[in-house]
Design a protein around this ligand. Structure first.
Ligand code: 5GP
Ligand code: MN
Length: 338
């Protein structure tokens, strides 16, 4: 985004406004961190601010300062619609196309609010008045930091904002290890610690909150791991029955795909998770190096994301979905082996 646009947004924010912040369906640490980081920033200036997220999120994200003020669209449709329709300014965070906002899509498309998109996913749609898109960024939280820095300098960042932004950078970078992590990411993180983010507590809150049954589910997932060494590929599957056996709760499968990617020499990994109620298989793809899972997910499984992390879905049953996946591998053989 060019300097003039930052100035225009600063101008828009120079007097109190009705503002709504939204992020994508099945919100993750980055979606929640970016929303709440921006929320606390805007609240400093007497704006009327509401964060509305399409649906619920895992317990390990339910401790972030301000989280108790988040409105969940699926259980608050009518008040949320009113807020979105009457908003003067709408921030859409951590997604690139309105349908990623689930059932909020229609009202978001309709509202007359001035829209500001902040996102690091590939190929953002052209729906916003201001599009701050940077696919080289580790996370939307890192972008919100730069956004606030541009508007106001970092001295406006307080401990609540720092905590929220730290969370999303941490979760979207796999704790600062993915390729998207740059020296700038680390400088931003250093600033956030200086501003009051308690790094140890944040890591503990997210990663050391396992239930016994979640670890048993992980054990099941690991025993379902399959390797295709000729394609440097691995996958994991979990059926609805297996999820039920281990008392599955939202978030329990988060990160499991990374175990498939952690196998020596594996560059491409997937996890297939059966959702009987919705009648779909949800898929997460991860890669190392140049294999583009965003493109793979777009081409084969109606999804998208980033080069090294993407998602998709399938209407076929679990076995047929996996069969389809396995059958596509030969087409990608040169890329998977280069
Ligand atoms: P995850 O596998 O953790 O659900 O998602 C990995 C990345 O891909 C995230 O950045 C997420 O926003 C994106 N993603 C997941 N599912 C979809 C999808 O169905 N469509 C698109 N466009 N992106 C997705
Ligand atoms: Mn993100």
């Amino acid at each position: 985004m060019i300097k003039e646009e930052f100035s225009e947004i600063k101008q828009l924010l120079s007097n109190p406004k009705r503002i709504v912040i939204v992020a994508h369906k099945n919100p993750d640490g980055d979606a929640i961190g970016a929303s709440l980081g921006l929320y606390h920033y805007l609240k400093q200036y007497q704006h009327e601010v509401t964060v509305i997220l399409p649906n619920d999120y895992p317990d390990f994200l339910k401790w972030v300062p301000g989280e108790n003020h988040i409105l969940k669209y699926e259980t608050n449709v009518s008040p949320s619609n009113t807020l979105i329709e009457q908003a003067e300014l709408l921030f859409t965070l951590d997604f690139n196309t309105l349908h990623r906002a689930g059932n909020m899509e229609a009202v978001l498309a309709k509202t007359k609010a001035i829209k500001v998109l902040i996102d690091h996913h590939q190929k953002p749609d052209n729906y916003a008045n201001y599009t701050y898109s940077d696919v080289t960024m580790s996370s939307t939280c890192e972008m919100v930091y730069h956004f606030i820095k541009q508007l106001d300098g970092i001295d406006t960042i307080d401990a609540n904002m720092a905590t929220a932004l730290y969370l999303g950078i941490m979760t979207d970078t796999g704790s600062f290890r993915f390729q998207s992590t740059t020296s700038t990411t680390h400088r931003v993180i250093a600033d956030l610690i200086d501003k009051g983010a308690n790094n140890t507590n944040i890591h503990n809150s997210v990663y050391d909150n396992n239930s016994y049954s979640r670890l048993q589910l992980l054990g099941k997932a690991l025993s379902n791991l399959k390797l295709f060494t000729e394609y440097n590929t691995a996958y994991i599957s979990l059926s609805q029955e297996e999820l039920n056996t281990f008392n599955f709760k939202k978030g329990d499968t988060e990160g499991i795909v990374n175990y498939a990617l952690s196998v020596k020499n594996i560059r491409f990994a997937a996890i297939f998770i059966e959702h009987k109620q919705e009648g779909i298989i949800k898929i997460s793809f991860r890669s190392k190096g140049t294999f583009d899972v965003n493109q793979f997910a777009r081409n084969n499984f109606n999804g998208g994301g980033h080069i090294n992390a993407a998602g998709g879905k399938s209407d076929l049953d679990l076995n047929s979905t996996i069969e389809k996946f396995v059958n596509t591998l030969p087409h990608y053989e040169p890329k998977l082996n280069s």
